[in-house]
Design a protein around this ligand. Structure first.
Ligand code: AMP
Length: 421
């Protein structure tokens, strides 16, 4: 029987890893610039955590969770996103970073959603996330948005559109939601069945619908931005002001509401217009209510997540080449089997000097060995034949410079190291 990876999942094969490493390295570099510390949390959590935090009426909780019972009958779910777990860990460990400083955390890893697999949409996919916890002011929102922007710029993703909005606070949202609901109910029959359901349970989610007919109906809908209370208005103005100073380009889009229930004030998305339906590379927002909601003290927070597959897809679509990771430094080529021991000695010396090295298959032809060097961007080849062993001097070939020098065994490592550094 031949097995396959489960539908909606895939293997990241060795040749694809340089792309993944490229993105991961950028992410790590940028979070370091902003002084974020890594939090690693479980792949599964109690189902209730996601029901409470992501929201029972969200698509994720309603339709997309991998839920299972353990042997004692407790119900868990594979994590569909990271913010709920960050909030849970923050509350559980009473994490803080100091009275005035926010706690800056990042995470990365696989997330799981049972959605219809297609290009850019998988059942196991990889996210980066960053959360700034403990600061209510607009600076934290702007910092988080700028951090995501910087990652996408460093990765070289062309034409990213950053859209921002404010979804207000529970106070100003109350009156707005009534108006929105009235507007939607007046036109109920023109909306798709999902929107009709959402108008009752979570009316702002109607803005998330991709159906062009529903979108059309929303052109004159009341907007949250016109109903912000003075404090939310001021917060939004400050976010925009700070983003301008940070040279982050954005547009205000009153229809960005995000799919999750716990957002307050700022909501944002990074999109591109060349990936069809999977046009969102990431997004986030402020979630001042969440930590209290999962059992912690009332704590303001703002965060973002980015999907790695979507970033790679955007680069591929626009044919942006990703730099190859530096690969093997030295390929040691014994011309016959009897020279393997000499090859091992050379390899060992090189490894002791932190120079990467690998021994070629002794029976391979010179031609195929040098083909390997080309394919793998190898910097040096060392050829071991009878003359070399007899004289104690080895032919060290600098492949990029097309130079060859004969060098004594005990000098090989220092010779190569001098060139590599
Ligand atoms: P969300 O948590 O839904 O806001 O998603 C944040 C980002 O994660 C999205 O913008 C995508 O880049 C990525 N993402 C979400 N769901 C999937 C999925 N099923 N497959 C691949 N990427 C996804």
């Amino acid at each position: 029987m031949k097995f396959q990876a489960p539908r909606g999942t895939y293997d990241i094969l060795p040749d694809d890893n340089s792309q993944w490493n490229f993105i991961e390295n950028i992410f790590k570099k940028v979070v370091k610039l902003y002084n974020y510390k890594e939090l690693r949390f479980p792949i599964f959590e109690s189902l209730e955590l996601f029901e409470r935090s992501v929201g029972k009426t969200s698509d994720i909780v309603e339709k997309e969770m991998y839920v299972f019972e353990d042997k004692k009958g407790r119900t868990f779910a594979l994590r569909p996103e990271g913010t709920a777990s960050v909030a849970r860990a923050y509350a559980e460990h009473s994490l803080t970073s100091g009275k005035r400083d926010p706690l800056r955390l990042f995470y990365q890893g696989p997330m799981f959603r049972y959605s219809r697999p297609q290009k850019g949409r998988y059942r196991q996919f990889y996210q980066f996330g960053a959360e700034c916890i403990g600061r209510p002011g607009a600076l934290a929102d702007a910092e988080i948005i700028a951090l995501g922007w910087k990652i996408l710029q460093e990765a070289g993703v062309p034409d990213v559109q950053l859209r921002i909005n404010s979804v207000g606070c529970p106070d100003c949202r109350k009156t707005y939601l009534k108006q929105l609901q009235n507007y939607l109910f007046d036109r109920k029959k023109n909306f798709c069945s999902l929107c009709q359901r959402r108008m009752k349970t979570n009316p702002m989610r109607v803005f998330d619908c991709k159906n062009p007919i529903c979108k059309d109906q929303l052109s004159d809908a009341p907007q949250m931005l016109d109903h912000l209370c003075p404090a939310c208005q001021e917060h939004f103005e400050s976010v925009k002001k700070y983003l301008n100073i940070m040279e982050v380009k954005f547009e205000v889009d009153p229809h960005i509401v995000r799919g999750l229930d716990y957002y307050t004030r700022t909501a944002f998305e990074y999109c591109v217009d060349y990936l069809g339906a999977q046009d969102a590379l990431g997004g986030g927002g402020r979630y001042d209510g969440l930590i209290e909601f999962v059992g912690g003290k009332s704590t303001p927070a703002v965060g973002l997540s980015l999907g790695i597959e979507r970033i790679l897809l955007a680069l591929e679509k626009r044919k942006i080449s990703i730099p190859q990771m530096p690969s093997l430094d030295v390929f040691i080529i014994p011309m016959e089997n009897k020279f393997i021991e000499n090859a091992i000695e050379i390899m060992n010396n090189l490894h002791n000097e932190n120079i990467s090295a690998q021994i070629a298959y002794a029976g391979a032809s010179m031609k195929s060995s040098f083909k390997f060097c080309d394919r793998n961007n190898v910097k040096f080849a060392i050829i071991i034949g009878a003359n070399e062993v007899e004289s104690g001097k080895y032919a060290v070939k600098n492949i990029h410079k097309r130079e060859q020098t004969n060098i004594k065994l005990n000098k090989i490592s220092s010779y190569i190291k001098a060139d590599l550094t």
